[in-house]
Design a protein around this ligand. Sequence first.
Ligand code: 9WN
Length: 446
Amino acid sequence: MNPIIEVDAKALVEGAKNVLLKNRIGEFTKPAPDLYPHQWNWDAGFIALGYAHFDMDQAESELRHLFSGQWRNGLLPHIVFNTSADDHYFPGSPFWETWRSFDAPSDVKTSGISNPPVHGFVLQRMYQVASDKGRALNFVKEMFPRIKDMHAYFYNERDPYDEGLVYIRHPWESGNDNSPTWDTPLEKIDFSKIKIPPYTRKDLDTGHVDHRPTHHDYDRYIYLIDIFRKGDYREDSIFKLTPFAIQDPLFNTILIRSNQAMIALGGIIGEDVKQFKEWNVKAIAAMNQKLWNPGTGMYDAYDMINNQRILMEASSGLMPLFGGIPDSEQAERMVEVLTSSAFSGNPEQPNYLCPSFTTLSPKFDPKKYWRGPVWINMNWMLYHGLRQYGYHELAEQIKSESLELLSHYGFYEYFDPERYIVNEHNQGYGSRQFSWSASLCLDWLS
Ligand code: 9WN
């Protein structure tokens, strides 16, 4: 599809830098001005990547600040709290009760779950774009052991049967919070005997109720946090108590892609990378044996509590392209899925790529968060995945459609994939001035 909208690259770059600078509060940058007042884990990775193109001090500072919240067992929390804004977001730091864990830092307030581990490939990209390679190498040396500890935490603590695949124990860990992928395991929880701790949401003060997760979702999110608190954040105790432990193809892909980055970076700084190679050989084999679905041409998720495959209909089932996980035949199948009506629409009514959920499902909702809208970080990963397999034209389409959305509607958090008549509808939703939308735009245009 030819772009309908002219993209002014210079204006986009300036606009993107402004978003980052406005969301910056000292050592780190908030994901968005109001909705998200703290530092988020995978956001910080994508944000660092954008800064690397114009302010390497701040790019490094983002990762340093994030890793200041790393736990002694290697867990990198999904939020490092800005305690002066604790009242502006729920759940704030007190709710997590991370003092129950021997591993949580006492001087930095954090959540007790993690996020997709993007930091390995972010560090590699920062090194690639750096003009001062000596300085970049020092930073790689500084971050290498911390990222290794985080990967070791996942493989040691989140892979109880030694399969090579790690599980997430909260939908927020996936980053794709209310994806319909989690509906089935969450619906299996019998809430008739469960008492959920009282809570008040804050996200609806600024976020639109039709675009944010439902109260039904939030009850489940809060219930899971209560389990972690009851398990004192000990992974072995939590695994016995939790009704939610999922091997997610997106999360594992990102870990694999970061392992690859660490292998390359370790080679440059003379670090032993044997462990990363072993993790990856096992992980890639497990992705293909356990999660690949030849019937659908996507990678499924696996519910470890109910011992069930979750049929994947979200775009995260296509993301293994980014990790170089499928062979060329599998990749071809995945591209067929991406270009089919499920994601691309039809010639009369094409979609903006890439909807986060198949548009053919009754669960598809073009405006609701991870249940259909286009997300820029997912597009960025898909773009790089497609290029790796030689699908340059499709990759360029994803990039140009992303830039078109950003250029016309602004740096929104997510976008409606259905094309309306331009100017008549706003296609951007969630928070305006969203940092990773700006940051990845900068990376594309650099
Ligand atoms: C919960 C910050 C984060 C992103 C997630 C996105 C959203 C939080 C929320 O915002 O999640 O972690 O309150 O909805 O789903 O991917 O990291 O931008």
